[in-house]
Design a protein around this ligand. Structure first.
Ligand SMILES: *[C@@H]1O[C@H](CO)[C@@H](O)[C@H](O)[C@H]1NC(C)=O
Ligand SMILES: *[C@@H]1O[C@H](CO)[C@@H](O)[C@H](O)[C@H]1NC(C)=O
Ligand SMILES: *[C@@H]1O[C@H](CO)[C@@H](O)[C@H](O)[C@H]1NC(C)=O
Ligand SMILES: *[C@@H]1O[C@H](CO)[C@@H](O)[C@H](O)[C@H]1NC(C)=O
Length: 261
């Protein structure tokens, strides 16, 4: 099922002709990108087609009192260098940092905005601040999102929206809540003090995600409470994930998965 979902997203997000900016002209103009070129497999790249900071980490979180009761929420899409090290904390291009973005998202893509409000909330503050932080620190490293890669609407600033669109489309694929639910791994009431809290094996959680989504993930816990799931991948055809082994270890072997509310 995720393949079908995926084909639609891939065509919507390929570097140049994103849904956002597409016109008839755009749809008829085929991207001349090398088919199936995997990021980090070569340094000889058209970086509008294949990202040069080409090793992505993607994190979804299970945060108390944050977002829908039956969904993980987005933390972010984080490009790393191909050697596994991270770009600096100020990102890859301070000249493209933004200090506001929510009004632009609303104006350009109200549906995206609605989705972000639901599935990309901040667990401890203002959502726009959180989105700006993700763009400034990580989004500026995603070469395929850059304005110069869009021949039809190279407006500076709207490139952040392309980064958010990509991030949201990955989230639709990384549907961890339902992957786990299919394997009867569901959140339970918080009885951590009574000693009766249901515990799940991290190996079972990983096996369920592997089976349903296809990725080997790393699981992050805080005090043995489920916290985040991390996906690691290169990309091909602009967007498609090519999963790799996680670069970090799980932080627990058994965890409690507690209702958010
Ligand atoms: C990793 O790659 C980046 C970008 O090419 C480079 O700046 C950095 O020095 C490399 N780090 C290591 C440890 O090789
Ligand atoms: C976009 O930003 C780049 C880099 O700062 C600049 O060279 C270019 O002129 C800008 N383009 C527009 C349309 O503002
Ligand atoms: C679970 O309950 C304990 C005790 O009331 C509380 O300290 C803790 O924050 C709760 N955890 C969650 C994730 O709700
Ligand atoms: C993960 O665990 C292995 C085995 O304990 C250890 O050798 C490795 O250094 C750890 N990796 C990281 C990134 O912490």
């Amino acid at each position: 099922m995720f393949i079908a979902k995926f084909a639609a997203t891939v065509s919507a997000l390929l570097g140049v002709c994103s849904g956002l900016y597409s016109s008839k002209k755009c749809r008829n103009d085929k991207l001349r990108c090398p088919k199936d070129q995997i990021s980090c497999s070569t340094t000889d790249l058209n970086t509008c087609c294949t990202p040069d900071v080409g090793l992505y980490t993607y994190s979804v979180g299970w945060y108390p009192k944050t977002g829908p009761a039956d969904s993980f929420t987005i933390h972010g899409l984080w490009p790393d260098y191909c050697n596994g090290t991270w770009p600096p904390n100020y990102g890859c291009d301070t000249s493209r940092h933004l200090s506001t973005v929510e009004d632009d998202i609303k104006a350009v893509n109200p549906e995206l905005h609605k989705y972000m409000v639901n599935y990309w909330p901040s667990s401890n503050g203002d959502a726009e601040e959180f989105w700006l932080h993700e763009w400034n620190k990580h989004g500026t490293c995603v070469s395929t999102a850059e304005s110069r890669c869009n021949r039809y609407n190279p407006v500076n600033g709207t490139e952040a929206i392309r980064y958010y669109e990509q991030t949201v489309e990955y989230f639709k694929i990384f549907d961890v809540y339902n992957a786990l639910k299919k394997h009867n791994i569901v959140p339970t009431a918080n009885n951590t003090n009574s000693g009766y809290q249901v515990k799940y094996k991290v190996s079972d959680i990983k096996a369920a995600i592997k089976e349903e989504i296809g990725a080997e993930v790393a699981i992050s816990c805080k005090n043995n409470i489920f916290y985040e799931v991390l996906f690691y991948f290169n990309v091909k055809n602009g967007f498609e994930p090519v999963y790799i082994k996680p670069l970090i270890n799980d932080t627990c072997t058994e965890l409690v998965y507690i209702n958010k509310y």
